[in-house]
Design a protein. Structure first.
Length: 455
């Protein structure tokens, strides 16, 4: 497709026409040539010529020079229930749509209930793991497909004079349309709860309330027939949503606010100039290298030897009467300790390897990969490299802190707790949040108490 696109651009430069190139993320190589094409040396560009480019986010692959010379326009999903429902009723739902299916009052109630459900699950994503175990990219196509099914179901029921099947509606919305994206079992259960709660015969009642426990605003289905009346009610909604409307504790708002602030700060840091200062000072890379060699690497604890660990576990006694001499490694809490040590060693290996790779890349011994560049920038800004906290799938592998110093302190504190436990004896108290799997610790404690009491 490069040839037709280039020809359209050449014609537009001569005649002053506007040209639009869509889905340009599919041909990044052609985008790399765009900067030279837009600044030709042997021709005069018509002053009315304009080039529009549409593209999905594609990381750092998109040419930086083209971005810098362009005016950027981005479209993002609206923030807040009010903005979400307002956008739906401005783009998808109009007066003709509200009068599409008879009986109109029931059709309007189901349409508004489904739009409300769509906005709720869209907004719930902002709470991170508290909202969904896995983030899902719900969009308007899910809503339009669900509305299309409701249209057919109500029309067919009216034609055959049969009652509405809310179980069928709930299944199609929850398990098929939206559920086609949901992979986690708990998230599917959450979606089923939403649809069972709001897509049912109760929504046909006058002024049906979506969440009676929310008192700051009455979220209900408007008793209206005209589209402007719906917009008036939507505009009366609060601009800031209360977490209980999503079924969450009010403290969930603190988690979202903290996450939003951290993302904003990280974005500001990422957009700062990366060049080193003048005046004979150390460059950015040299500063990071010196920090790693003199401060970070010397602080790291030694690696945990699996053979020594197994030997120590066999002799690490537990409560009186629990376990046999030389086989104490089968005691529940000793098994838990072994698992914690393995996970700690995994994180420690990642941290040490990353630091060594950064030093080698700065010295020119290995290639400077984008991952290493990101780690160098984050260490320079006193942030924690992403590789230390998340695996390639995005799952958390360690504790989350904002600053690098706080994360290193957490690493050392966890090492001292685990090393003191296996080297000496079981401590009288434990730092519960210092474990990778606190629930596993509690389960092991229950198992030991049960075996002691022979319950």
């Amino acid at each position: 497709m490069e040839f037709p696109a280039a020809k359209m651009m050449d014609d537009g430069m001569l005649t002053g026409k506007w040209v639009i190139l869509q889905n340009c993320h599919l041909n990044i190589e052609f985008m790399g040539e765009m900067e030279d094409r837009l600044n030709p040396k042997d021709k005069v560009v018509h002053e009315d010529f304009r080039l529009w480019i549409t593209c999905q986010p594609c990381g750092n692959e998109f040419p930086l020079g083209l971005l810098q010379m362009a005016i950027k326009i981005t479209t993002e999903p609206p923030k807040g229930l009010k903005a979400g429902i307002s956008r739906t009723f401005s783009t998808v739902v109009n007066q003709d749509f509200l009068e599409k299916v008879e009986p109109y009052e029931k059709w309007r109630a189901l349409v508004y209930a489904l739009c409300f459900l769509h906005s709720v699950i869209q907004e719930r994503r902002k709470f991170g793991p508290l909202g969904f175990c896995i983030p899902y990219e719900f969009n308007n196509s899910d809503l339009e497909a669900s509305l299309g099914y409701l249209d057919k179901h109500l029309t067919q029921s009216a034609a055959t004079n049969s009652p509405y099947s809310f179980k069928a509606m709930q299944y199609m919305v929850c398990e098929v349309q939206y559920g086609g994206r949901v992979t986690d079992a708990l998230d599917r259960e959450l979606m089923a709860t939403y649809t069972n709660l709001w897509i049912n015969e109760n929504c046909f009642q006058p002024n049906y309330n979506f969440m009676a426990s929310v008192t700051d605003f009455v979220y209900q289905i408007p008793d209206a027939q005209e589209h402007p009346k719906y917009m008036e009610y939507i505009n009366e909604m609060p601009g800031t949503d209360n977490p209980p409307i999503f079924g969450l504790h009010p403290n969930a708002d603190l988690t979202f606010s903290l996450k939003d602030s951290v993302n904003m700060i990280n974005t500001m840091l990422d957009t700062q100039p990366k060049d080193g200062g003048g005046g004979g000072g150390l460059s950015r890379e040299d500063t990071v290298k010196e920090k790693i060699e003199k401060e970070l690497l010397p602080q790291l604890p030694p690696d945990i030897n699996p053979l020594d660990t197994a030997e120590k576990l066999r002799s690490l006694k537990g409560p009186k009467g629990l376990g046999e001499s030389g086989k104490y490694d089968l005691i529940p809490l000793n098994i838990f300790l072994s698992q914690e040590l393995q996970r700690f060693q995994m994180v420690l290996t990642i941290v040490r390897d990353t630091m060594i790779s950064m030093i080698d890349a700065i010295d020119g011994n290995i290639s400077m990969t984008p991952e290493i560049v990101d780690s160098i920038n984050q260490v320079y800004d006193f942030r924690v490299p992403r590789k230390w906290q998340y695996d390639p799938t995005g799952a958390e592998i360690s504790w989350l802190t904002v600053s690098l110093a706080g994360w290193i302190k957490g690493l050392l504190d966890r090492y001292h707790q685990l090393n003191g436990w296996i080297s000496k004896e079981r401590p009288p108290s434990f730092w519960l949040t210092g474990f990778f799997n606190p629930q596993g610790f509690l389960t092991s404690m229950k198992q030991e108490v049960t075996r002691q009491r022979k319950a």
